[in-house]
Ligand binder design. Sequence first.
Ligand code: GLC
Length: 564
Amino acid sequence: MSKPWWQDKLVYQIYPKSFCDANGDGVGDLAGVLSKLDYLKQLGVDLVWLSPIYRSPFVDQGYDVADYYAIDPAFGSMEQFDQLLAETRRRGMGVVMDLVVNHCSDQHVWFQKALADPTGPYADYFYFRPGKEGGPPSNYRAYFGGSAWEPVPGTDLYYLHSFAKQQPDLNWYNPALREEIFRMVNWWLDKGLAGFRVDAIINIQKQLDFPDYPADGPDGLASIWRMVQDAEGIEAFLGELRDRCFAPHDAFTVGEVFNLKDGQLRQFVGEHGLFSTIFDFAPHMLASGPNGWQTPEEFKFAAWRGAVFAGQAACPADGLLGTIIENHDEPRGSCRFLPAHAQNDAGAKMLGTASLLLRGIPFLYQGQELGMRNCPMDSIEEYDDLETHARYDAALLEGKTPAEALALCQATSRDNARTPMQWNGGPGAGFTTGRPWMRLNPDYPTRNAAAQQTDENSVLRYYQRLIALRKSGEWGEVFSEGSFAPVWDTHPSLFAYRRAFAGRAVLVAANFGAQPVEQPLETPARLLLESTGSPAPLAAALAKGQLALAPCQAAVLAEETLQG
Ligand code: GLC
């Protein structure tokens, strides 16, 4: 079996609206992305994943696509996109786009034609169904709140939307729709795209009789997830997408897939997998308590370590998971996957070490390499994200006070990670010369790329060293191809594992506790990297066959005797 070209790649997610604004209108754009390619190259990025840049009314920030073949003018032109492809290629990098095909925008011509002729062929690109007993066809709650069915004006029909009502679901059971999608995907791949991040894809399978489920909230509705979970058949759709589009182009693909059923992972990743990889969101799921996001759970070290290690153990030997700390839908990792005492730069470096060297394809989200933090807003009006507003309303309906509802939004909002990238300490944080479309995190005067670039001990400079080690000629294969084994996995504060390949082994160890840790080593070990900038105590301990880690210290060690 030859190894896939993307096996040793590192992916960096750009949220285009908030990355870099070159024309001063306050919104990030492709010219801004082009201006930062050298920064990304220096960081060690191989593949740049762009959240959607297609033409869109931006109800859900571009995840509502009105034209799959056009770049939204807010971001620039197709010429600039082609330039981006050329400039990334020149630097030995590639571009991955978001593929949003569970739904499109209600402004898409397909939906407009469907509305104009609700019994015509385009209506069957969507789910148009008659209502029931004077109401919608079933009692589903959309992910963004409210009924998942919206009346089709002038008819007794409703259309289905799993997300916002401006995001009608596409009917994958219609072969004509599938042909349209395959043609579009191939059009982009023919252009030279490296691949796709495939959005919300598990939702394309439906139970076509749309059964009701027992209500699970005070709105009397049941989450649409219930219907999706009991549906079957996604493998056939995704197999066709792979065979008709991805495989012939040898594309890199990563699926946004939640809650796989037992045994299903095998079908999604690995040699004949439906995707190159899928994100491992198990650690993120831990934040949801008994009542989901309404009962957010505090970080618990042992549970988090258990979830990460379980993902590593579950992944088949010929497959890789996408390891990920944060993205545009999640709060910042530096405020989340760390105990309170470690929610600082030292913790960000430690978390980066623990995550980036796992077995898998590492995904970084813009600003993670600066240790960017959540940005709690002062009022609900300040939030842009529609999901945050839906959560606020739902919390009020549950009986929470406005202050409690706002606190929930501050903890869980997707806008935490969507504030503009902090390039320097000047006005607009170097993100824009105009007025940023979303408020800047107030810590930008001190937390920014320019300041960190000149500080040897910064999170950014540490990430550069960490990524360089992951990709180094000497150790790269151990990280990209090596096995994973947990080490000291019942220790109260150590997060440690061994990566091994061809007789060589690396031990990664991080101390998440508030106290120093000492641990005898099984084999003599040599220090490759440590996160605090004060290696002397650790080096002295290693000389005595001991591992000694200060709080928030992470270390990467070459195990000498296992080398062959
Ligand atoms: C995915 C995206 C998210 C979007 C949703 C609907 O979860 O990551 O941002 O709102 O799909 O497209």
